[in-house]
Write a protein that binds this ligand. Structure first.
Ligand code: PHB
Length: 390
């Protein structure tokens, strides 16, 4: 009796162990990547671009890395940081993702950074661009850009072109503060002036009152940073209020002359000078193929957000190869120091800062074959984030 009961218990224990073992073993053949994007809500165009780019990467490179099957899980945070945080927690605890990625806006990236630190999960920031994000966790790696990179580049262009009196207009949150600060510092250093610093809310901005202030200040140039998705509405108002005709030159970060919306902006955008790390018009063979493949799959033009998503996947895939599919510190080590040719140009992930070092281009909106493009005509090579050099 006793021995039969013992045998039964042993069998039950073995069955229980098998039950626990099976999913664990199955899991070790799969590595999961959790991509959190604003697929709906105010930043939905960013989510749409990033999602398409992530899918293009997987379609081109397959789902097998280091002998394991990669599973990409995409979640919609509606660009609400509380949602981003909750989704990141679920992806880490329940899905056991080896990497988190996405982050459409800075507040989302900041909300997830502590989770990356606590769980030792690399967080690849594919869109958000405030300088300090990479300092919020030692597990953050960035594939997008930083506002100080592009703001300093356009301030230098203004100086070289003898523009002295400027006004700044930025979105009233992290990346806007960086754009305003680094543009103004460089302009002042070069002997120019910032007559006024204007800000508009991230959600539902109204450009009419600030454009009236610009008109009154009569600068030679207005410098603008607005997050991807707001450029077309801004350009329309800039034209309708006749600021171009009043002699105010518009200069911007490439977020404003966004490839996602440029085709719909009309001739008011013609001639606008901007600085950015990516233009769909970048004339390399690699970019021509990227744009052709992306357009064939999606029927819309890739913008800089798509570029961050595509290169972010590259960073994760190559790091998984190096770590043989392991996550944590080993995966992070595989991301640091990556150097590669991207459709945007040459790229380095600085091993110390985990931020991206890249060429920043000066571009002019021109019409080619009836369509508007950001045509690159000058470049600052291998630019580090100026926000890290203090
Ligand atoms: C950001 O929130 O960091 C952000 C969003 C959109 C941009 C640039 C930066 O175009």
């Amino acid at each position: 009796m006793k021995t039969r009961r013992t045998r039964l218990l042993t069998l039950l224990a073995a069955a229980a162990a098998a039950f626990v073992m099976t999913p664990a073993r199955a899991q070790s053949d799969t590595v999961k990547i959790g991509v959190i994007l604003p697929m709906t809500g105010a930043q939905a165009s960013t989510g749409r671009q990033l999602d398409a780019a992530v899918k293009l990467w997987v379609a081109q490179h397959g789902s097998k890395v280091a002998g394991k099957t990669v599973e990409v899980i995409v979640k919609d945070d509606q660009s609400l940081p509380d949602q981003t945080r909750r989704l990141a927690q679920e992806l880490v605890v329940n899905d056991k993702v080896v990497a988190l990625a996405g982050m459409g806006i800075t507040p989302s990236a900041m909300a997830v950074a502590p989770i990356a630190t606590q769980s030792k999960t690399p967080l690849v920031v594919m869109a958000a661009a405030t300088s300090s994000i990479t300092e919020a966790s030692p597990f953050v790696v960035r594939s997008s850009f930083t506002l100080p990179q592009v703001a300093v580049a356009i301030a230098e262009w203004a100086h070289k072109n003898n523009i002295k009196r400027t006004v700044t207009l930025v979105a009233d949150y992290g990346p806007g503060f960086d754009a305003e600060k680094y543009f103004a510092e460089r302009v002042t250093l070069n002997g120019g002036q910032v007559l006024e610093k204007l800000r508009t809310p991230l959600r539902a901005p109204d450009f009419a009152p600030v454009l009236q202030k610009v008109r009154d200040a009569k600068p030679e140039a207005l410098f603008v940073f607005l997050p991807s998705g707001q450029g077309a509405a801004f350009m329309k108002q800039f034209g309708e209020r006749g600021l171009d005709k009043a002699g105010v030159r518009l200069i911007a970060t490439g977020d404003v002359t966004d490839d996602d919306q440029l085709a719909d902006m009309g001739d008011v955008a013609l001639g606008v000078i901007s600085s950015h790390h990516y233009s769909a018009d970048h004339p390399s063979a690699m970019n021509k193929k990227f744009v052709a493949d992306f357009m064939a799959a999606n029927k819309f033009r890739p913008n800089f957000m798509a570029m961050g998503g595509y290169d972010g996947m590259r960073i994760i895939y190559k790091a998984l190869e190096a770590s043989k599919g392991a996550g944590g510190e080993a995966l992070l080590a595989g991301m640091k120091g990556q150097i590669f040719e991207s459709p945007r140009g040459p790229v380095l992930i600085d091993a110390q800062t985990r931020d991206i070092v890249q060429d920043v281009y000066i571009r002019k909106v021109e019409k080619k074959d009836g369509q508007l493009w950001n045509v690159e005509f000058d470049v600052i090579k291998a630019m580090k984030d100026p926000g890290k050099q203090k």
